[in-house]
Ligand binder design. Structure first.
Ligand SMILES: C[S@@+](CC[C@H](N)C(=O)[O-])C[C@H]1O[C@@H](n2cnc3c(N)ncnc32)[C@H](O)[C@@H]1O
Length: 354
């Protein structure tokens, strides 16, 4: 038992210190590149000072796609450089008018111009114009985006290790936050479960619970390894498949999507939630765990910053928890609300009727 507990390696206890700031440095690393692209390539604040506009007008004016435009405007609201009125019209705030507009004596935009050639700044210019993600490492190669790279051994291994290490803390926070939901569940399916670290965290904190990780190759093999390393193979298994096209294991009364929805745009999210609703047992619950914007989409700032890297490299972005509830309700679920967990993450919970 003692050996088994040690092998859980932190999944059943919290550290003495909070890693949120360390997560934020990494999650927000592309946000300033996005702001730089807006300043130096598009003169966003000058254009909006001359003529404020709503999201669609701004998209039309610059020739931008909706997904990256939403992310950029939310980031500017969260930084406090744009404001939005009750009609959805965006306009520069006093700080932006004084320091990010060319006709001001305190204009600082030349300070950013020297950063124009940074790879990620130029990636953002292309993502705004095309809507297609850039490569994770910063090349403009839509055919080789993050989604394709996750099917290549070396990249999938490194990326899964990154997701796994943060999941030790975030998984324990999730398990503690939904302990009442876990008590009612018997068998869960962790869709796009990565290394299975969240599945292991749920199982490690609810001894009666069994789980299945649904993953594609080659991450499925990494999940098997991590579950065995954590001594949880008697209760957590792996089902190899494509979450969009393969059959999902039936008989589950709980579905978990952890950091999955933020990789995708609305049609894929709808598809996954409809599949979930079809497959889940009556009365079953679904947990959507990731970083959520506030319902007014003005922040929080760390989430608005994280949305930049997701928009850059995946087909998704960060969603507001209220947007996720709308997706869930359209798929037939009833919302059981939103709960913050830890590290700027949270969980939206919903139920399929009996
Ligand atoms: C951002 S990771 C999240 C992993 C884990 N749930 C977590 O929270 O750390 C997204 C996962 O979705 C998986 N994935 C992407 N497309 C998939 C598909 N079509 N079928 C199954 N899994 C998929 C990827 O392999 C990856 O492990």
């Amino acid at each position: 038992m003692k050996d088994g507990a040690n092998r859980l390696r932190g999944l059943d206890r919290l550290p003495a210190t909070d890693p949120t700031t360390i997560l934020r440095h990494r999650d927000g690393i592309y946000a300033v590149d996005l702001l730089t692209a807006a300043i130096v390539e598009f003169r966003l604040f000058d254009v909006l000072a001359d003529r404020p506009g709503n999201l669609d007008e701004i998209r039309d004016r610059f020739g931008w796609h909706e997904r990256p435009t939403t992310v950029l405007l939310t980031l500017c609201l969260a930084y406090g450089y744009l404001d939005r009125d009750e009609n959805g019209i965006f306009f520069p705030t006093p700080i932006a008018r004084e320091h990010l507009c060319e006709d001001s004596p305190w204009n600082l935009t030349p300070y950013y111009r020297s950063l124009r050639d940074r790879t990620v700044v130029q990636d953002f210019v292309r993502v705004l114009k095309t809507g297609h993600p850039a490569h994770w490492t910063g090349h403009d190669d839509a055919a080789g985006d993050w989604h394709a790279s996750m099917q290549v051994d070396e990249f999938a291994g490194a990326f899964t290790a990154a997701m796994d290490c943060r999941g030790v803390y975030l998984g324990k926070k999730l398990a503690d936050t939904v302990s009442d939901i876990l008590s009612d569940a018997r068998l869960f399916l962790d869709i796009g479960g990565g290394s299975g670290v969240y599945a292991c965290a749920l199982a490690a904190n609810a001894n009666h619970l069994h789980g299945i990780v649904l993953e594609q190759a080659p991450v499925d093999a990494l999940a098997w390894e991590s579950i065995e390393r954590r001594a949880l193979a008697e209760r957590v298994s792996v089902h190899t498949g494509d979450m969009f096209h393969s059959d999902w294991p039936a008989e589950c009364d709980l579905h978990l999507f952890s950091n999955v929805m933020h990789d995708w745009d609305a049609p894929e999210i709808s598809r996954l939630l409809h599949r979930s609703h079809e497959t889940l047992l009556p009365g079953g619950r679904v947990l959507i765990h990731e970083t959520f914007l506030d319902s007014d989409r003005r922040g929080p700032l760390p989430v608005a910053e994280y949305s930049a890297i997701l928009m850059h490299s995946t087909r998704g972005r960060c969603y507001a928890w209220s947007e996720m509830i709308e997706f869930l309700e359209k798929a037939g679920f009833s919302s059981l609300g939103y709960r913050p967990t830890g590290g700027d993450r949270g969980v939206v919970i919903a139920e399929k009727s009996q």
